[in-house]
Write a protein that binds this ligand. Structure first.
Ligand code: SAM
Length: 267
């Protein structure tokens, strides 16, 4: 009997063979690769990956599904039962870089990306399924409605391509939304070198905190002092009257590299 999907774990099991094939093709798995799968579920994608004969670490939060995969005792498969967001990946991923391949549950996809960004050295290519709207945001460019925090942070370090759109009928049960698979390749050099990544993240969050305000007012509202902001704009040669959403990836980097950190009395 196929397992009954559990809504609370975001379980929409992929059964469309064409989509599975496109995910596998985009991953371009070669001998010597190491793979991480998040949320293997009943294993439709895992089975395809196992056929490629490379080591796979799979992290599954659902105990029953995780145990079923463990019982298979597949030679190349290490199944970890747990929540990927609470799992320390460093001791598990001992042969980096890992290609991350996953049909992610929609409710944790942004958090997974933040986790990947924080531990970029552990990862090579990422081939991931997203809700279409999230995928649109990840590939969006400046001055568009979809451009946001994750667009800037991911595009600073990754080249992102759309692999395939996925209709609800590709899953059981069908989700209410369209999906898309994206392939993200780490850039050899980031689009702009970032001196202080925590400050860069803070700047990007601050810039999008109040999208309708000017960047200057948005950053002041976020906790920077007016004189710090003005000095940063002058050094980076960025017009403070622009909205944050118009800054390119490179401009965000340049500004982050000259901006003073928020002073302690601020946020
Ligand atoms: N890979 C399978 C497929 O393609 O059919 C299942 C995909 S389903 C969209 C998402 C999977 O992630 C489910 O098996 C679910 O139990 C698991 N999952 C949900 N939250 C998780 C978490 N925080 N950590 C690890 N796995 C999680």
């Amino acid at each position: 009997m196929p397992p009954r999907p559990r809504k609370r774990f975001g379980q929409n099991f992929l059964h469309d063979q064409h989509v599975l094939g496109r995910i596998i093709a985009a991953a371009e798995v070669a001998q010597g690769d190491h793979l991480l799968e998040i949320g293997p579920g009943p294993g439709a994608l895992t089975d395809r990956l196992l056929a490629l004969d490379v080591p796979i670490v799979a992290i599954e939060v659902d105990r029953d599904l995780g145990a079923a995969l463990q019982q298979r005792q597949a030679e190349n498969l290490t199944v970890v039962i747990g929540d990927v967001l609470k799992t320390d990946l460093t001791p598990l991923l001992t042969d980096p870089p890992y290609k991350l391949i996953a049909n992610l549950p929609y409710n944790i996809s942004s958090q997974v990306l933040f986790k990947v960004l924080a531990q970029r050295k552990l990862f090579g290519r990422l081939v991931l399924m997203f809700q279409k709207e999230v995928g649109d945001r990840l590939i969006a460019g400046p001055a568009t409605r979809d451009y946001g925090i994750l667009s800037v942070l991911m595009q600073t370090w990754y080249e992102i391509e759309r692999v395939v759109r996925v209709p609800p009928g590709a899953f059981h049960p069908p989700p209410k939304v369209e999906s898309v698979v994206l392939c993200m390749n780490p850039l050899l050099q980031p689009r702009v070198e970032i001196v202080d990544e925590a400050l860069h993240r803070q700047l990007v969050r601050g810039a999008f905190a109040q999208r309708r305000k000017t960047l200057r007012n948005s950053l002041i509202g976020y906790g920077w002092q007016p004189e710090q902001v003005d000095q940063g704009f002058a050094q980076a040669e960025i017009d403070p009257g622009r909205r944050g959403e118009t800054l390119t990836i490179e401009e965000f980097g340049c500004l982050a590299n000259v901006l003073e950190p928020i002073t302690p009395q601020g946020k």
